[in-house]
Design a protein around this ligand. Structure first.
Ligand code: SF4
Length: 327
């Protein structure tokens, strides 16, 4: 592999998402999570039942967002919740995070989103969904919306391996992820991807190889999470029965893994997250203690510096390596 000799910039060794909105839109924007009451096809029997083996949605969204409240009430409370910490926010993004937020016919989506889109405090929407819950009709709607406000779609991909997706009962394939990502990016819509590292049956080398597989796709930003075993899930049971099937990372091992992963990743992909933060009461254990995300980011930067490396250092651009055609 060729070791590239450029840095992303003189001070930053990976393409952090922090500052993205200031650079792109000239202001700080804060995400406010809203729960619009969607479900997901992996729970209602359309793609599967029982859901993904690691999932307990209560663990993944804040207390102010519950579907019993109207979306505007959730936004009011979310803004209040973030006000002290994010005093300099120039506006808010409504983050439709829990479950699959495109899992309804288009007309229903329009009706659900409308009050949020009409709220002057809201500068854009972030839509979390599954790759099998999108189609061209919905994408064209989001494309039209993106002419007026910020629109970001975030796909739960989780793994590039179909055998893993089957084992965790995801109910969709890697090929469906590829198709959704390519169709979204082709319309110029911000395309985010969410991945989990440490899923059962995957070796460290296989997880690292995913950097190359993702780099070939037109992904704008990436969220990476270490697997956290949530209480009372099927995954908790599986972990207790077959712990040898799981690669578990100490914090130090995870930092080195993320550095290795970043080295193999396309240098222009934004890194939105490197760890998940499930509240301690929901997880089986907290092997890293109660360390905050911001501290882990600081440790990552330190580790990149110690290893004198950077995002994309080992990235191989398939186009650069293509053999020229003489026809
Ligand atoms: S993780 Fe998402 S797709 Fe899987 S069961 Fe939970 S809500 Fe559904």
């Amino acid at each position: 592999m060729t070791r590239h000799t450029f840095y992303l910039c003189t001070v930053q060794r990976y393409r952090s998402f922090t500052g993205y909105f200031i650079h792109k839109y000239g202001t700080r924007l804060q995400k406010v999570v809203v729960d619009a009451g969607f479900t997901c096809p992996n729970r209602d029997g359309t793609a599967g039942t029982g859901g993904c083996t690691y999932c307990d949605n209560r663990a993944f969204h804040p207390s102010y967002s519950t579907p019993e409240k109207s979306l505007i009430q959730q936004i009011d409370e979310g803004i209040e919740f973030h006000k002290v910490r994010y005093r300099r926010a120039g506006g808010y993004l409504a983050y439709f995070q829990p479950y699959s937020n495109t899992y309804a016919p288009l007309e229903e989506l329009r009706r659900i989103y409308r009050p949020v889109l009409e709220d002057p405090r809201i500068k854009g929407i972030v839509i979390g969904t599954r790759p099998d819950c999108i189609d061209m009709e919905k994408l064209r709607y989001f494309k039209d919306l993106s002419q007026e406000m910020i629109v970001m779609i975030e796909y739960g991909v989780e793994s590039c391996y179909n055998r893993t997706l089957e084992r965790i009962n995801r109910g969709h394939t890697w090929e469906q992820s590829v198709e959704a990502i390519e169709a979204t990016a082709a319309l110029g819509i911000h395309t985010g991807v969410h991945m989990i590292f440490g899923l059962p049956g995957e070796s460290r080398d296989e997880m690292l190889a995913e950097a190359g597989m993702l780099s070939r796709l037109p992904i704008t930003s990436l969220k990476m999470h270490q697997l956290q075993i949530v209480r009372d899930t099927a995954m908790e049971k599986e972990f207790a029965e077959k712990p040898g099937d799981f690669v578990t990372f100490s914090l130090n091992q995870y930092l080195d893994f993320v550095v290795d992963f970043l080295e193999r990743l396309r240098p222009d992909m934004f890194i939105e997250r490197i760890v998940g933060e499930v509240p301690p009461r929901f997880v089986r254990s907290t092997p890293w203690g109660l360390i905050r995300n911001v501290e882990i980011l600081r440790l990552l930067e330190k580790r990149l510096e110690e290893r004198d490396t950077f995002q994309g250092a080992e990235y191989v651009n398939p186009k650069e390596n293509a053999i020229p055609c003489n026809h």
